[in-house]
Design a protein around this ligand. Structure first.
Ligand SMILES: [Mg+2]
Length: 174
């Protein structure tokens, strides 16, 4: 499992080869759903425990499942890019509603009820589903695009320059 993680992280750091994952998104990665990752903190993050996702479904799995859902209902006629964007923004609003008037909320959502956590999982899923369908309809290969963008972010925000700083890149560039 650690070996697989190193492989993925190695590919993430390769700024010049966004298509290096020959089979698309990685499968069979690290942990079961909801497991707490007990790796030591990395990259200066102080959190003693890191949460990790299940390895599946992949982005492509979710895209395909949503495409099937849409096809079965003959809803493609409504799912043009602009409509999907607006639907996604609406779902972001539903996520926001769950955080509204609470003040700052700590990582792990201490004090939230199981029902509130379940509702949040639903709304975050709605956002992701629409995001993936929007990417599909815009012909953006999101698993590869995200690797490329993260590589660009690493170049834009070199850890040696920005460690512990929240400044925008324009404030420290030479
Ligand atoms: Mg919703």
């Amino acid at each position: 499992m650690a070996e697989r993680r190193e492989e993925i992280e190695g590919k993430l750091s390769d700024a010049t080869a966004p298509s290096s994952l020959a089979n698309g998104t990685p499968k069979g990665a690290n942990t079961r759903h909801g497991d707490q990752d007990t790796r030591p903190p990395q990259n200066g993050l102080k959190s003693p425990q890191r949460f990790s996702f299940s390895a599946e479904p992949t982005m492509e799995d979710i895209r395909r499942l949503q495409a099937e859902f849409t096809d079965e209902r003959d809803w493609n006629q409504f799912h043009q890019p602009r409509n999907l964007l607006l639907a996604m923004v609406g779902e972001v609003g539903e996520v926001s509603e769950l955080f509204q008037w609470r003040g700052e909320v700590a990582e792990g959502l201490p004090g939230w009820t199981e029902a509130e956590r379940e509702q949040l999982s639903h709304e975050l899923s709605d956002v992701l589903i629409y995001l993936l369908e929007l990417a599909e309809k815009c012909r953006v290969d999101l698993p590869q695009a995200v690797l490329k963008k993260m590589a660009l972010n690493r170049l834009k925000y070199p850890a040696s320059k920005v460690h512990g700083s929240a400044k925008k890149y324009t404030e420290y560039q030479d």
